[in-house]
Design a protein around this ligand. Structure first.
Ligand code: NAD
Ligand code: UFG
Length: 333
């Protein structure tokens, strides 16, 4: 079976390519490298000792997408390609709507043309907005607070409409909670070039002394220690869920959404303390005001994914913190 992975050189995409290859799938990647590097293709090959077909280009380029489907007998698609920085999406909404929605429309149009109607889409827990209770279940009301989140919600709607129009489609909407960690090899992981927005990449850069101090955004939330609580999930566990989702879309038809989280919430301070302990390194921090748009707490009820996909997260928070640091240490050297 041959899987097209859009955004396959990115953080979650690269780990998913590894899992697909290790489970006997052939992999074709398309990525325009706006937020990743070409050498990731070599790292994926090195880890798996398997070959990968790589196209450098934009998923919004319809002729390129037609060429890819013509040159490869694609059985299903995992669609990671997209821009993901919440703050930037507020500054540049048109860029986010254009890239994330146009790429999905172009991809789906070409898939429809060639009769490949099986797709796994990267959605996000951000579609739950500020949840009314915890843990979050898939049937909770959906809303968003920024253009990035809106692109995810609109695309979920577009894909649902597509299934309504033609029941031949088979669609999995995967709502990720907070992916962290990296592959054990230390070859692939997350290491943004810019100043990171997300907690774990920021902690890592403070640990390596590239950044001076972590700002903890608020300690007056109604949580265990006042700092924000999230459902951190190891990226390798997340990648394994994609293999299960691919099995599901290859086998069945329909459209369904799945929470991909561990079901456990950790506070910012718990993450900082765990990181310090398992890596035996200091992470200086200061408490500052709340970050606009943040919610107090967010964690998944992941039982639907377990029931329907036969998947559940296995890795614990210690391993996540160790692997995040290991990647950056090895990658620098
Ligand atoms: P990433 O930026 O590392 O990977 C996305 C990849 O898509 C990059 O390699 C980028 O170069 C590529 N890309 C972007 N636009 C493209 C286009 N038009 N054509 C071709 N390639 C394009 O991000 P990630 O963390 O791996 O996230 C993957 C997906 O998961 C994204 O859709 C993201 O919105 C979603 N997601 C991520 C998180 C998270 O916290 N990392 C949480 C929820 C959802
Ligand atoms: N935080 C800090 N300091 C920092 C960065 C983050 O204290 O420098 C705190 C935040 O306030 C929050 C927690 O750490 O309480 C996690 O923040 P992240 O930015 O790492 O993650 P978010 O939950 O805010 O958002 C992430 C992605 C979104 C996605 C969401 C759910 O950025 O795109 O997870 O999947 F939608």
């Amino acid at each position: 079976m041959k899987i097209l992975v859009t955004g396959g050189t990115g953080y979650i995409g690269s780990h998913t390519c590894v899992e697909l290859l290790e489970n006997g799938y052939e992999v074709v990647i398309v990525d325009n490298l706006v937020n990743s590097k070409r050498e990731v293709v070599d790292y994926i090959k090195e880890i798996t000792n398997k070959d990968v077909t790589f196209y450098e280009g934009d998923v919004c380029d319809k002729e390129l997408m037609r060429k890819i489907f013509k040159e490869n007998a694609i059985d299903a698609v995992i669609h990671f390609a997209g821009l993901k920085a919440v703050g930037e999406s507020v500054q540049k909404p048109l860029m986010y709507y254009r890239n994330n929605i146009d790429s999905t429309l172009t991809l789906c149009e070409v898939m429809d043309e060639v009769g490949c109607r099986k797709i796994v889409f990267s959605s996000s827990a951000t579609v739950y907005g500020s949840p009314k209770s915890l843990p979050i279940k898939e049937d909770f009301p959906l809303s968003t607070t920024n253009p990035y989140g809106s692109t995810k919600l609109y695309i979920e709607g577009i894909l649902r409409d597509l299934y309504t129009s033609n029941n031949d489609w088979s669609i999995a909407l995967l709502r990720y909670f907070n992916p962290i960690g990296a592959h054990k090899s230390g070859l692939i992981g997350e290491n943004p070039n810019d100043i990171p927005n997300n907690l774990m990449p920021y902690i890592v850069k403070v640990a390596t002394k590239e950044l001076e101090i972590l700002s903890v955004y608020g300690n007056d939330y109604d949580t265990k220690d006042g700092t924000g609580v999230r459902d951190y999930i190891h990226v390798v566990d997340l990648a394994k869920a994609h293999v299960k989702a691919i099995e599901k879309v290859l086998k069945d038809r329909g459209v369904d959404a799945y929470n991909l989280g561990t079901g456990h919430g950790y506070s910012v301070l718990e993450i900082v303390e765990t990181f310090k302990r398992v890596n035996n390194i200091d992470v200086p921090y200061k408490i500052v005001g709340r970050r606009p748009g943040d919610i107090a707490a967010c964690y998944a009820d992941p039982s639907y994914a377990k029931e329907k996909l036969g998947w559940e997260a296995e890795k614990e928070i210690d391993e996540m913190c160790k692997d995040s640091y290991n990647f950056v240490k090895q990658h620098k050297g």
